[in-house]
Design a protein around this ligand. Structure first.
Ligand code: SF4
Length: 278
């Protein structure tokens, strides 16, 4: 058994959240720079240049990459041989949010109907998977809700197949239009149950860009969807152009023979994520 201090977890998480708020991931910035070469619309190229400049300034001057600094979502893969000592994991996650969000916008309300701001951006959303081993992997997403608002879920009939999935995803992207702040990263969940499929779509956003999907039929579907999404002509920030999405990522899970669950979760042009392994 390996002991990990919960205080260390808190400090590392606060650091990851600060890093995510001010510095966009290098794989995303590389993809955005590549998109600048491929974008055919002058307005689209201008917007991509602004996004690259915005990311550079945010990092250099330690200012948030967007006014919506997001709700903190934490994925923890907890090795079965890890003993967390000195507190509770959820308390450490929320304390990290309190610290990291001190200078950032507070976007969380305590009750979905009463709408009182919690004043410190807590609580975070925490997903824990118990895995083999003696390590703790922490992945952080600071999720802007412009993109979150446009996310969709459907329990398609079992016979819908890949064509049904494509039609649903394309409709979701078209309906999102400029509101999810493209260029997008499109996370798609396939399979599982009603609850699982949304989580799969969110997990799909954690995969670094240019990392291949291991299942060939899903890799092919990702490729076809990316092409079809970019053929829609929505373009950067919805003002027309080739580059509506930089990547399509699919995560899947076995499902019941009666249904084909599908969920679409978008990441916007401020896709803030960071990770560490303890
Ligand atoms: S969707 Fe993303 S880029 Fe757009 S306002 Fe929200 S956080 Fe900012």
């Amino acid at each position: 058994m390996r002991t990990v201090s919960v205080k260390d977890v808190e400090d590392i998480l606060a650091h990851l959240m600060e890093e995510a708020a001010y510095r966009l991931p290098s794989d995303y910035l590389e993809a955005l720079a590549g998109a600048l070469e491929r974008e055919e619309s002058p307005r689209g190229r201008r917007i991509i240049s602004f996004l690259l400049e915005n990311a550079r300034l945010a990092e250099e001057e330690a200012i948030p990459t967007c006014q919506d600094t997001g709700m903190a979502i934490v994925f923890a893969e907890l090795g079965q041989e890890v003993h967390l000592a000195g507190g509770y994991l959820k308390d450490a996650v929320d304390e990290a949010v309190r610290k990291a969000f001190r200078p950032l916008r507070k976007s969380v309300v305590a009750d979905p109907l009463l709408r009182t701001n919690t004043g410190n951006n807590t609580p975070a959303i925490l997903h824990v998977d118990i895995v083999p081993g003696d390590r703790l992997r922490l992945q952080v997403l600071l999720k802007g809700f412009g993109a979150e608002l446009m996310s969709r879920l459907a329990m398609l009939p079992a016979t819908a197949g890949a064509e049904g999935v494509k039609a649903f995803v394309l409709e979701a992207v078209e309906k999102a239009g400029p509101n999810a702040c493209p260029p997008l990263i499109v996370g798609i969940g396939l399979g599982g149950s009603f609850d699982t499929v949304a989580l799969l779509a969110k997990k799909a956003l954690l995969r670094p860009l240019h990392t291949p999907q291991p299942k060939p039929h899903l890799a092919q579907l990702e490729k076809e969807l990316l092409q079809a999404i970019n053929d829609l002509g929505i373009g950067p920030q919805g003002l027309g152009g080739r580059i509506t999405a930089l990547a399509v990522h699919i995560e899947s899970y076995p499902t019941h023979l009666a249904a084909l669950p599908v969920a679409v979760n978008f990441n916007c042009s401020a896709p803030r994520r960071a990770e560490a392994v303890i």
